[in-house]
Design a protein around this ligand. Sequence first.
Ligand SMILES: [Zn+2]
Length: 107
Amino acid sequence: MSRRREKRRIADGGLPPGAVIANTSQQIHVSPYGSAKKFYVDIHFKCKDCGVEDVWTGSQQKWFYEVAKGSLYATAVRCRPCRIRFNEQRGLQREQMDAADNAKQEG
Ligand SMILES: [Zn+2]
């Protein structure tokens, strides 16, 4: 039994294939006339650290903008491993700074 209910018809707004519908009320609005995103599509980008090609998927963007409340101007610049490394390094730097402060206090 094959159910052929192709929902190919481009509905109101004309969403591209694979688009994830956005919940604009969950987005952080920077300006009232804004750049609210009505939907998310996969973004292909090159990691700024290692140059690898990666994809920021529509559903990842939905999470980032609506759950993590990321800025609508922010976009993916690093692949996943580089992002993790970047975050770890920031954590390390903070620890090193703490260590330096302690050292200063010791005299
Ligand atoms: Zn990378």
